[in-house]
Design a protein around this ligand. Structure first.
Ligand SMILES: Cc1cc2nc3c(=O)[nH]c(=O)nc-3n(C[C@H](O)[C@H](O)[C@H](O)COP(=O)(O)OP(=O)(O)OC[C@H]3O[C@@H](n4cnc5c(N)ncnc54)[C@H](O)[C@@H]3O)c2cc1C
Length: 580
């Protein structure tokens, strides 16, 4: 009886899978492309069979499936969430492509040796040596960076040529460390989806739309509500498929004749992995809520080697939205406002608020060994009516938002004293998430002194304390400010002597993490002895990024993802089909 019930449930889940996977349309497309029809019924232990099974429907998954398909393979994309796109759908989708075709047309040289020096200098500053044959990188780091340089542009060109991701060149965006002497091509490497709006805030949506449309046209079924839970291996250890749970928690088994490619994002939303592996107290972040580090758990039993688990693409985020696990949360790429400053719970200003977001977030982890505390665990952004009026935007993680939008994170006070009281009350509400952080007794006089000092510096336009606004990228991320003809520092202006004043609680978060199973330059997941686990691939934030601690430039997550999707799909294509 029990067996009968199970087999009925299995048949139902198989039917559901085949219907929702659009197996019919895949077969039509397969015929159009001259492929054999899918042999879903040929392997009774599996619900369906494909050459390549791709897990995750963000950029890594969509691009891997497309590249594999264009080589003539059948492919399917399995997505855990109820909708497609993952974190990618939230991105601005700048993609950083060294030596891209648009640069070549514009006459911007980007030689590989110089490019590698720039990335090596940032990713491993403690070992960087321009005279060393690998610039001080490990062989793995060097080879991965080299492979990225070689493949990013061919991958981007192929996606564009096929109509999956037409782009436009943003020639004037600087790299995040454009001033470094190692950066010989400080502008020109950034591409964005062609139809993204001028602010580019919808770039990810556009990219997911164009790539998924192309995937469907080319016969790649995309199944949502399918959470891959396990990799299946044959007796020799070769990966031959995956097991997954569908939306009704029924088990689905899919055969992969050539390869399984994971592109399931990082572990931002797995509190235990965050606490065990990240190098500081990170309060979740902006990744898709379904990014819970599944691949770390799945690849572990297969002997996969983990790398760079301590790194993430970090950014400041509003505390309240992080605690609420608000799926719409976005990183503060631009800490907006000129009459705005950050102080800690002591009322001290101790950071350049316009530091590029990855660097700014990491200053929240500073540990005070004498007091045994993170003094900057929660920072408090304070701004006045001028910044409220001129720098409010509902786009992209701004703290300063316009009236009528969700401003639950904003704390208000008619005077600084009233503001301080309101901040204390708000902190008390979140005490259980901050180890009981509260304002110091002398917070108010310290805040007043910090504002007086900031105003003095802002009047001269020179931040002698923290050099705010001096780097090129800080001006890029300044957000909108009131025009003041003739002023020398667009990022600073004195706060008004009278209220109203505004504040918000800010903590460190991620766009997503960037550690996971180590892969080789072809996206093959490696075991503890650096041997590929046959048939298992990983791309994107679910695997280790050789960038280490660095965030090289805007687009430095998606550029490599596209390059490694291309390389992984090419290697997967070259695999022989496993026997049934
Ligand atoms: C607001 C914002 C703006 C950004 N802007 C940029 C930018 O301009 N340029 C840039 O380079 N980067 C940007 N990023 C970062 C970038 O979006 C990510 O690094 C990138 O999209 C990650 O792609 P991915 O394919 O690795 O993962 P994701 O896009 O996160 O996709 C992973 C998918 O896997 C699915 N999944 C998880 N587990 C399973 C499972 N077990 N089975 C099946 N499916 C599973 C998830 O549901 C998800 O859909 C931004 C991020 C944010 C939040």
């Amino acid at each position: 009886m029990a067996d009968h019930v199970r087999s009925d449930a299995g048949a139902a889940s198989r039917r559901r899978f085949m219907q929702q996977a659009g197996a019919g349309s895949a077969a039509v497309a397969a015929a159009t492309l001259g492929l054999a029809a899918q042999d879903a019924e040929a392997a009774p232990a599996f619900d369906a069979s494909y050459d390549v099974v791709v897990c995750g429907s963000g950029c890594g998954g969509l691009a891997s499936a497309l590249f594999a398909r264009w080589q003539g393979n059948s492919a399917v994309i399995l997505e855990k969430a109820g909708s497609i796109g993952g974190t990618t759908a939230k991105a601005a989708f700048w993609y950083w492509v060294p030596n891209n075709e648009a640069m070549k047309k514009a006459g911007i040289a980007d030689p590989k040796p110089d490019f590698l020096k720039y990335v090596a200098r940032l990713s491993s500053p403690q070992t960087y040596d321009p005279a060393h044959p690998r610039l001080g990188l490990t062989p793995w780091e060097y080879d991965m960076c080299s492979a990225f340089y070689d493949s990013a542009s061919p991958a981007a060109e192929l996606l564009a040529a096929k109509g999956a991701l037409p782009y436009r060149h943003v020639a004037d965006v600087p790299d995040y460390f454009a001033e470094l002497p190692e950066d010989k091509a400080p502008k020109g490497r950034v591409l964005v989806p062609k139809d993204a709006i001028p602010s580019m805030s919808d770039g990810g949506l556009v990219a997911v739309r164009t790539m998924s449309t192309k995937a469907r046209q080319d016969g790649i079924p995309i199944r949502t509500g399918i959470r891959v839970t396990k990799v299946l291996q044959d007796k020799s250890g070769r990966v031959i498929g995956v097991e997954a749970k569908d939306e009704l928690d029924a088990t689905v088994r899919l055969r992969a004749r050539k390869a399984v490619i994971f592109a399931t994002g990082g572990f931002t939303h797995n509190a235990e992995l965050r606490k065990n592996f990240l190098n500081g107290p990170i309060y979740g972040g902006c990744a898709a809520p379904s990014n819970e580090g599944d691949f770390v758990q799945i690849a572990g039993p297969l002997g996969a080697q983990l790398r760079n688990m301590n790194y993430a693409w970090t950014c400041p985020i509003p505390l309240e939205k992080a605690i609420a696990k608000d799926g719409s949360i976005s990183g503060m790429f631009s800490v907006a406002g000129d009459s705005m400053l950050f102080v800690n719970k002591y009322g001290q200003r101790n950071v350049n608020e316009k530091l590029q977001y990855n660097e700014l977030a990491q200053t929240f982890f500073e540990w005070d060994g004498a007091k045994a505390e993170y003094p900057n665990l929660v920072r408090i952004a304070v701004w006045d009516q001028r910044s409220q009026q001129h720098s409010a935007s509902a786009e992209y993680g701004r703290l300063i938002v316009p009236p009528g939008t969700d401003d639950r994170h904003v704390i208000k006070g008619a005077t600084l004293a009233e503001l301080a009281r309101a901040i204390d009350e708000r902190l008390a509400k979140y005490a259980s998430a901050t180890g009981g952080a509260k304002l110091a007794l002398d917070f108010l006089p310290n805040l007043q002194a910090a504002i007086a000092r900031f105003n003095q510096l802002a009047k001269t336009g020179k931040d002698l304390d923290f050099q705010r606004g001096e780097r090129i990228v800080e001006q890029l991320f300044n957000g909108d400010v009131k025009a003041e003809p003739g002023r020398s520092n667009a990022t600073m202006w004195p706060l008004a002597d009278a209220g109203p004043y505004y504040a918000a609680l800010v903590v460190a978060g991620t766009l997503d993490t960037k550690g996971g199973p180590k892969t080789d330059t072809h996206g093959r997941v490696l075991d503890g002895a650096d041997r590929p686990i046959p048939g298992l691939y990983g791309v994107g934030n679910c695997v280790a990024s050789a960038s280490g601690r660095a965030y090289w430039a805007g687009g430095a997550t998606l550029g490599p993802i596209i390059a490694f999707a291309y390389r992984a799909a090419n290697a997967a294509h070259a695999e022989g089909r496993s026997a049934t």
